[in-house]
Design a protein around this ligand. Sequence first.
Ligand code: M6R
Length: 462
Amino acid sequence: MGNLENAVIQAVRCLEGTFGLAVIHKNEDKIVVAKKGSPLIIGVGENEMFVASDVAPILEYTKKAIYLNDNEIATIKKNEYSIQDLSGNNIDKKIHEIKWAVDQIEKSGFKHFMLKEIFEQPDAIKNVLRGRIKNNKIKLSVNVDLNSVERIIIIACGTSWHAALIGKYLIEKITGISVEVDYASEFRYRKPIIKEGDLVIVVSQSGETTDTLAALKEAKSKKAKTIGFVNVVGSTIAREVDSGIYLHAGPEIGVASTKAFLCQIVTLLLFALFMKQERGFDLDEELLKELGKIPNKIKQVLVESDNIKHIAEKFKDAKNFLYLGRGINFPVGLEGALKLKEISYIHAEGYPAAEMKHGPIALVDKNMPVVFVASKDHTYEKILSNMQEIKARQGRIIAVVNEHDEKLNHLVENIFKVPITRNELSPIINVIPLQLLAYHIADLKGIDVDKPRNLAKSVTVE
Ligand code: M6R
């Protein structure tokens, strides 16, 4: 008679591509698991064991996790496990203790995890900042030489890519170092040019996104220095990078990323400031002071949730949305559009506001809601004229503006007023009403907000 482990080993040797396998046989009281490329963890419980692609689903049952590596085979029984390599040799693996608490993965009275996570954002920001700013100095443990960095490439997917775009504005403005942002899936296949002095930053909530991981491996194969900004401790990307900074957002269960996005922006900002400091420059104390005020300013927006719901009622049946912003708030428009489309299934596009006249303006008529992010910065007057162009075509304008801004009242159908902050920090505040707008529209449409169709929390396929 054959042996299940040997059969899996032989099969795995023949397999091409990426996979995570859990194999059972009707005569055997065990599960044999194997992986390549895709994440696979084993949860070690009391009289029970778990197999999952992420720690979040097992947290309720156990805090002990083993991360399987490629070309390792694990045999799991009710009370024991063993791990072998493809030659059948036994391997000893460390059991990781997961620090997240169970109440962090409960809804705590909120209708959905997404809403809870939106409301957790003030605390999430406090956590990402905790212990990292002291006496106007940034404290980060980054184990790569930053002084020799001449160019930065940031790689990410989805919402993390939007955070990366904001990171580009921040790092270039604060350090003067040139930054490129790439979709992980494009970076990995376009034979990217990596030179000495290049630093590759990967941004990922889950730390398991297959495209991001593959792009990281491509960067490493070209000898780039790599840093990961990751939320899930011990995840594959966190283990693969040369150095990392954890986001400390806590577990994010809702498929639509919210609090991790904010923590990514803050981490990118801290990193930019840290680089400046490492190069011997003083930091902008006013900016650090304002950063400390951000959690309270977010709370001021969150109390408007019910008002935003009223606006959502008016627009829930729209078929299309446009989101427009400029400068550092252009990626906020992209993120607003992504949030809306992924959970409400309404088609939405984000554009730099000035690009509108190069094509998208053809879509504007009395049925088109256009969401503007219009903070008072050096692009404000330009945004105003973009709004007039939309108004002239009877588009329905919704605008996120600074408090006390009355100048746009005559142009807009609905307005979200948000507290004033520094331009560098404005995306953190401006995205909140857009998250809430998407959430309320999706909820009013009766969609399962936390598990929208066709989407997964960790995208572990190519
Ligand atoms: O875990 P990651 O940050 O690497 O995930 C990247 C994207 O898959 C993710 O941001 C996705 O776009 C979310 N559904 C956005 O809400």
